[in-house]
Design a protein around this ligand. Structure first.
Ligand SMILES: NC(=O)c1ccc[n+]([C@@H]2O[C@H](COP(=O)([O-])OP(=O)(O)OC[C@H]3O[C@@H](n4cnc5c(N)ncnc54)[C@H](OP(=O)(O)O)[C@@H]3O)[C@@H](O)[C@H]2O)c1
Length: 309
């Protein structure tokens, strides 16, 4: 246990905001009620210091109770954790940004976030605190015209007022980022996107590196779909590691932070053990060659919006 904790806390990246982000994190999407709290506690006890949350995951209250227990029992101090949350699509209007950041802070039981992200570069009609997706009869989401610049100015105000240390975006492509850089006062520190060997996004990586925007790899296991890939399995056997270890290690060797999700205690610990080995350049190339620009988290499926590639 000690060896894992020592190993995984260490690797981090200094963001353009000046704050440090631990590369090995933990995801909380699709973690059902009564499972996410235990999972977060297991991750923290295993040494993880970076927890990825979002209002849209509808489980921040339970995550908050888990964090409170970790603080009050002395397992970890607030300042040792890096907590991310996200502003949902229904909350992009000027008067909703701070309100919904405050709701998230209240649910998580925190005075500040380390990172607050614009979850998607699209605004939906407001549906109140439920954050339900407003849908048209044809199955597409009810999109409204809120300039991303308006939302970003409110995100910047959250940094000014100490509600979050850093701000960033999620699911932004090169064009959307390029536009953001023309009007931002505070640059986005992070872009959180789907990254794994089936979706390597080399152009986005190139652009973010040039502009000091750190990339976080979400769905690093392809929401579980990549764990059966025979090539990854072959490489895993070679390194005497699990497939999941190879996929998460692939991400951090690219310089991405990585946020695998699990509610299974053994997998939570396994997914954190990725800093004590290195994948060779040749094997990294073999993994990169699996790219087929496959998204497992596709807004075309959720909201009938095939517009983010
Ligand atoms: N910004 C965004 O729009 C966005 C979108 C998607 C995801 N995310 C973030 O990224 C996180 C991770 O992505 P994700 O949840 O889509 O998927 P993921 O981490 O790629 O995969 C999770 C799935 O893999 C299984 N799994 C976990 N560890 C495993 C292991 N060692 N061996 C075999 N199977 C394993 C999990 O099952 P069990 O839980 O049953 O163990 C779960 O079914 C999310 O939780 C969320 O925090 C962000």
């Amino acid at each position: 246990m000690m060896a894992i904790a020592k190993a995984i806390i260490e690797p981090s990246v200094k963001l353009i905001s000046g704050h440090k982000l631990p590369l090995v994190g933990f995801g909380t999407w699709k973690s059902e009620p009564n499972t996410v709290g235990e999972a977060v506690k297991a991750a923290i006890r295993g040494g993880c210091r970076h927890i990825d949350c979002a209002a849209a995951y509808q489980n921040e209250k339970e995550v908050g109770l888990a964090l409170k227990e970790m603080f009050t029992t002395g397992v970890v101090k607030r300042e040792e954790l890096f907590i991310t949350s996200k502003l949902y699509n229904t909350c992009h209007e000027k008067h909703n940004v701070r309100k919904h950041c405050e709701i998230t802070l209240n649910h998580l039981g925190l005075e500040y976030l380390d990172l607050y992200l614009v979850h998607w570069p699209v605004a939906f009609e407001y549906t109140g605190e439920s954050l339900d997706d407003p849908m048209n009869d044809d199955g597409s989401a009810k999109v409204i015209n809120v300039p991303l610049q308006v939302t970003w100015q409110e995100m910047e105000a959250l940094v000014d007022d100490g509600l979050t240390k850093s701000i960033g975006v999620s699911n932004y492509n090169v064009q959307t980022l390029n536009d953001l850089l023309t009007y931002c006062r505070i640059k986005p520190a992070v872009n959180q996107v789907e990254l794994h060997p089936y979706n390597t996004q080399p152009l986005l990586k190139w652009y973010c590196e040039r502009n000091d925007i750190h990339l976080t790899a979400y769905s690093p296991l392809g929401s579980g779909q990549l764990v059966n890939d025979p090539k990854v399995a072959e490489i895993a056997i070679k390194y005497d590691r699990s497939v999941s270890n190879i996929l998460c290690r692939w991400a951090i060797q690219h310089g991405f932070s990585v946020i695998p999700k699990s509610v299974t205690p053994s997998r939570i610990t396994e997914n954190l053990s990725i800093v004590d080995f290195t994948i060779s350049d040749v094997d990294m190339e073999q993994l990169n060659a699996l790219n087929k620009s496959l998204r497992t988290c596709d807004p075309a499926d959720f909201w009938g919006l095939p517009m983010f590639s």
